[in-house]
Design a protein around this ligand. Structure first.
Ligand SMILES: N[C@@H](CCC(=O)N[C@@H](CS)C(=O)NCC(=O)O)C(=O)O
Length: 198
């Protein structure tokens, strides 16, 4: 990306949300200066974003977050064909629930032997939606002409497979998408460093 940067993109190497935006700026040719941050994020990151999360894209005009808002800005700024915004929103919301489930596990938090006012284990509940949700997603994606939702699905599933694999067979169309995305420069240039909770 040798053109003049249009913005500064703050990211964490392992974040599937941030990776999606790093993929989109490459796929849609929106040059940015990428700033890699440590995780956990520095306390003063709240000065940039009140949510204290990555990704954040700072342009001349505004500070953009969360991921869906950045994707929408990039799509408009680079003149992309409209994509399925419900599908992208559902995928990002699903990723939020996976992050919640995995963080609970990685932090060693399990239900304690006292009254469970909810009556269920939130981490288990968050993982129960994987199968039904991916069946729904499989009806809506096109592995041959990927757009924002397909790139998001690729980033999320690559993250799951590398961080905390789930025992769940994906529909064939999803397997095909992941294989195709792996051949793209945008995915090859943004592969996160290996990490393990152990
Ligand atoms: N819903 C947010 C999720 C972003 C998110 O969870 N980012 C994580 C990294 S994967 C983060 O910055 N976590 C730092 C924290 O929560 O303190 C979005 O769509 O942008």
């Amino acid at each position: 990306m040798s053109q003049e940067p249009k913005g500064t993109l703050y990211y964490v190497d392992g974040s599937p949300f941030a990776r999606l935006i790093r993929v989109l700026v490459r796929e849609w040719t929106y040059p940015t200066t990428e700033v890699k941050l440590p995780f956990p994020l520095p306390d003063d990151f709240f000065d940039l974003s009140p949510l204290g999360q990555v990704p954040v894209l700072r342009t001349k005009e505004k500070v953009l977050f969360p991921t869906a808002a950045i994707a929408s800005h990039l799509s408009e700024a680079t003149g992309q064909k409209p994509y399925d915004t419900q599908l992208l929103a559902a995928l990002l919301s699903w990723a939020d629930s996976l992050v919640a489930a995995f963080y609970q596990e990685w932090a060693g938090l399990v239900p304690v032997p006292k009254k469970n006012a909810l009556g269920f284990d939130p981490a288990t509940c968050n993982l129960e939606r994987v199968g039904p949700f991916l069946d729904w997603v499989a009806q809506r994606i096109d592995p041959k002409t990927p757009g924002a939702p397909e790139f998001a699905l690729g980033c999320i599933l690559n993250w799951v497979d590398s961080r905390r694999p789930i025992d769940c067979k994906h529909p064939e169309v999803i397997t095909e998408l992941i294989r195709r995305l792996g051949d793209r420069a945008s995915f090859q240039e943004t592969v996160p460093a290996p990490w393990s909770a152990d």
